[in-house]
Design a protein around this ligand. Structure first.
Ligand SMILES: Cc1cc2nc3c(=O)[nH]c(=O)nc-3n(C[C@H](O)[C@H](O)[C@H](O)COP(=O)(O)OP(=O)(O)OC[C@H]3O[C@@H](n4cnc5c(N)ncnc54)[C@H](O)[C@@H]3O)c2cc1C
Length: 856
């Protein structure tokens, strides 16, 4: 065993071996994987081996597609077969709602470049004759699904990595990790200490314990999971013989079941409601190649439905029931990337679908370690996406909820109840008393909308407009015409101070820093000129700045800020989190209201648009920004939590004469739509350049050499290939939710525009040979300029909804830049729940296009 290496990967499951392979492939060959026992000794060896490309997050779906494509490559390099069976599979809908869900998934697949197809239950039955098709209303076919040999695949990765020069040390447990002053690590193992620049936690079932070695509690929990294998079935053999094909994979949402052919029989697994965590606090180090005791009673309700839906399987004898543990994060997606607050400590854990995601995780992480950037939009699996609130018990509650809902529909207006309320502001009880429907905003209870008095404050979950539609409209109209107040504690807030603060921010941000007492809006881009942040910054004093941003990105942004802090300690960053809370008042009467609450002049001249002041509001010391996300005249008022009730009470009392209303986050988001304002994580993400994001006026290329300036300047000179645009949509009773395809009837040639998260899903010919470079595959990863005047998918929706004040259904999204200025009717359609609705680009915001109201 070497004593010094560039990187140590801890764990020889499918994920560790994939990370090792990708690091070696990227040129880091001085690397070592250390495995406690034999390869696959965690959850990898007893996996059902299924793989698919579908994922709720298109960016994760793209990495899943990459994983599937990779298997041929590692087979060739290692000489080890993965026993790939690309059978294709169907998802079965038993209700109209589930069919809507499949329509959405299918529509999303259109711009991703997937070959999914909506089919009838009878068509599905033809490929899986064991089902009783009468139980279903429809299905979606995905050709890129199948199964493989989990152990063979893990070994294939490891052999391929070894071929490229990586070392693998077996039967050697890592017992401790200690960091050196220079940020490197001493990896203490049973066989001695290895010094490494970087450490990667691929500990699978023990990832949590490895995290604890460096003082962190990773939000990951193992769950028991069962699947059964039947005896050989004559029906299966007969089908194989008569068609020459294997049976396909089937996912039955209602039964919470997945099933497929395994040898001459059937494999059937469940995600049962009565799920059970395994080793909820500590994972035993002596857990080896073991299985857990099956508990058929727990999965009996699923089996009952399954046997009704698939009567062919009920008749078969059960040969074996496998019960094994594997890990999940709160939302079921992996935890990948560098851990904020630590140097050179990386995670690739909580990978619950190692055979769909392992390759993509390995690629993204190795890119990140070797090149400083994952190369993809990996927010959906970034270890930074959960905050300190994701404690052991919180994680336990959320993982159980996620597991038991794995095959449930998550409606766009659905808030999940587990582990709530976690964090609350001092106004929580007041908001409940006001009949607020609360939502979870990065672990914080936040009012979404206010139900009319006497009605139950509860969302009726739906893909269509629902019971919040009327009340939100009222909140918007009252705010736009009089004045409204809302909680904004769920924004991220930081203070940057010190003699180097201004230079530091100028280096990070694309816009100039403001003068004292003034505010700017500014994006932040990475070295590659991709958007990684969007902030409001106020200069609050000499060498002191306040920054507001997206709540969910707090750890993500802190990681970036800390990485770029000057070594001379001339800059300090403080993240307030919930030690600073806020209220926003907006609407034409908001100035009159504020004036009643303060003892300073807040007239237009004295307190201008984009001004910042510290002042006492209702007697409480506050910071006030003359800005609001509603795009109206308005203010953001920030205070210590101890003052929030006082300020709120003062606002409500003083606002009574103006007809003040409470409004929630949904009204706020509706109002920003009619101003064409983007949101972070929907419109603005690390797959877009700042000019693609239509953030032009906040990018000051000439100001100084900010990070990403060169790449941004290139984007500017060459012209962005894509543009963010707003649409007015002729919707009926459902608005866009995000990720819908945008169709256009194009008759101009705009060349080829790459899709940031589109991918060429692998195509296979009749003989199972991969077809590369086919016309179809090219179309999957890029939009081609077309001159034939036919309707084609040219873009995708990022978000939208109903803009209540202007009474229009609106959407934002990306289209090729060549089409972005064409406001003509009849050019675009947006597919909502399977129906293509006419849409028109709307360059000027429909509410207050000149911005006069917010400036007055
Ligand atoms: C019953 C069942 C069915 C499944 N079906 C599927 C499926 O169909 N498709 C799919 O994609 N996924 C499936 N999975 C999930 C899949 O098994 C996991 O996604 C995958 O195994 C995760 O791999 P990993 O490398 O992250 O973790 P693990 O396989 O747990 O590997 C972690 C490794 O780290 C080692 N290790 C831990 N701590 C140390 C230490 N301190 N020092 C040295 N070594 C250490 C362990 O010994 C272990 O070998 C299933 C899982 C189960 C249980």
């Amino acid at each position: 065993m070497k004593s010094h290496v560039k990187a140590v990967v801890i764990g020889g499951g499918v994920v560790g071996c994939s990370v090792l392979y990708h690091l070696a492939k990227a040129g880091w060959t001085d690397i070592m994987l250390i495995e406690r026992s034999e390869l696959t000794s965690g959850s990898s060896w007893h996996a059902a081996g299924g793989f698919h490309t579908l994922n709720g997050d298109p960016n994760v779906a793209k990495l899943q597609a990459y994983t599937v494509q990779l298997y041929k490559e590692i087979e060739e390099l290692s000489g080890q077969s993965c026993s790939l069976h690309l059978t294709g599979g169907v998802m079965m809908a038993d209700t109209p709602e589930r069919m809507d869900f499949l329509r959405l998934a299918h529509a999303k697949g259109r711009y991703l470049g997937m070959d999914t197809e909506l089919i009838t239950p009878s068509e599905a039955k033809a490929m899986f004759p064991l089902m009783d098709e009468k139980n279903f209303v429809g299905a979606m076919w995905d050709p890129v699904e199948g199964h493989l040999d989990p152990s063979g695949t893990t070994i294939a990765y490891s052999k391929a990595a070894k071929k490229l020069g990586a070392e693998i040390v077996l039967r050697n447990r890592v017992v401790d990790l200690t960091q050196q002053p220079d940020g490197t690590w001493n990896v203490v193992t049973e066989q001695g200490t290895v010094h490494a620049e970087h450490v990667v936690n691929c500990g699978g079932l023990w990832a949590r314990e490895i995290g604890r070695m460096v003082g962190i509690e990773l939000p990951v929990l193992a769950m028991e999971h069962m699947y059964l294998l039947t005896e050989p079935m004559p029906e299966v053999e007969e089908f194989n013989k008569s068609t020459g094909r294997e049976m396909i994979g089937v996912l039955d949402f209602k039964g919470e079941i997945y099933t497929r052919q395994e040898r001459n029989g059937i494999l059937l697994g469940t995600y049962e409601k009565a799920c059970k965590p395994w080793s909820p606090v500590n994972t035993p180090w002596d857990f080896g190649h073991e299985l857990l005791q099956p508990d058929i009673d727990r999965i009996a309700p699923s089996l009952e439905i399954g046997f009704k839906h698939f009567p062919g399987i009920e008749k078969a004898g059960i040969k074996q029931i496998i019960n094994g543990p594997f890990t999940f994060a709160l939302d079921g997606n992996p935890l990948v990337g560098p851990v904020q607050g630590l140097t050179n400590f990386w995670c690739a854990c909580a990978v619950m679908a190692g055979f769909s995601q392992g390759g993509g995780v390995g690629l993204a992480l190795s890119n990140w370690m070797v090149h400083g950037d994952p190369g993809f939009d990996v927010w959906g699996m970034d270890v930074a996406r959960f905050g300190e609130w994701a404690t052991l018990r919180y994680t336990n509650a959320k993982v159980r909820e996620n597991y038991s809902r794995r095959f449930s529909i998550r409606f766009p207006n659905e808030e999940l109840p587990a582990a709530r309320p976690a964090q609350t502001t001092p106004l929580y009880d007041t908001m409940l008393a006001n009949n607020a429907v609360m939502g979870d905003s990065w672990g914080l209870e936040t009012p979404l909308w206010f139900a009319p008095k006497g009605t139950e404050p509860k969302d009726i979950v739906s893909f269509h407009r629902s019971n919040d539609f009327g009340p939100i409209g009222e909140e918007v109209r009252a705010t736009r015409e009089k004045v409204g107040v809302t909680e904004i504690a769920n924004f991220a807030k930081y203070e940057v101070s010190g003699s180097g603060a201004e230079d530091f921010l100028n280096r990070l941000m694309t816009n100039r820093m403001p003068k004292t007492g003034r505010i700017v809006l500014t994006p932040m881009v990475n070295e590659f000129g991709k958007l990684i942040g969007d902030f409001t910054i106020a200069k609050t004093g000499e060498d002191r700045f306040m920054i507001w941003g997206s709540s969910a990105a707090q750890k993500y942004h802190m990681r970036w800020f800390e990485k770029h802090l000057p070594k001379d300690r001339s800059v300090r960053i403080h993240r307030f989190d919930q030690t600073l809370v806020g209220l926003s008042i907006a609407g034409p009467k908001s100035r009159d209201l504020l004036q009643k609450l303060v003892d300073v002049d807040v007239s237009t001249k004295a307190f201008r648009f984009m001004d910042f002041r510290e002042m006492a509001v209702g007697g409480a010391p506050c910071m006030v920004n003359r800005i609001t996300y509603t795009g109206d005249l308005g203010y953001e008022i920030w205070m210590a939590p101890a003052y929030q009730r006082l300020v709120y009470k003062a606002i409500k009392e003083a606002g009574e004469e103006f007809g003040i209303v409470d409004f929630g986050m949904r009204a706020l988001l509706s109002m920003r739509l009619e101003k064409n304002f983007p949101t972070w994580f929907r419109e603005l993400r690390p797959i877009y350049g700042p000019f693609e994001g239509s953030m032009d006026r906040f990018i000051k290329l000439e100001k100084n050499d900010f990070i990403g300036r060169e790449a941004s300047a290139k984007e500017h000179t060459e012209g962005p290939k894509l543009r963010r645009v707003s649409f007015i949509v002729d919707a009926i009773d459902a608005d866009v939710m995000g990720d819908e395809p945008i169709w256009a009837k194009v008759s101009k040639d705009f060349g080829t525009v790459e899709k940031p998260h589109g991918y060429g899903a692998p195509r296979f010919d009749e003989a199972g040979k991969e077809v590369r470079g086919s016309k179809a595959a090219e179309g999957a990863s890029a939009v081609r300029g077309i001159v034939d005047g036919e309707w084609r998918v040219v873009g995708w929706v990022t978000s939208g909804g109903y803009a209540h004040y202007v009474q229009k259904s609106m959407a934002q999204g990306y289209v090729p830049a060549a089409l972005a200025e064409d406001e003509s009717a009849g050019l675009f359609e947006i597919e909502i729940l399977g129906h293509r609705r006419p849409a028109r680009i709307n360059i000027e915001p429909p509410f207050d296009p000149s911005g006069e109201k917010m400036r007055t």
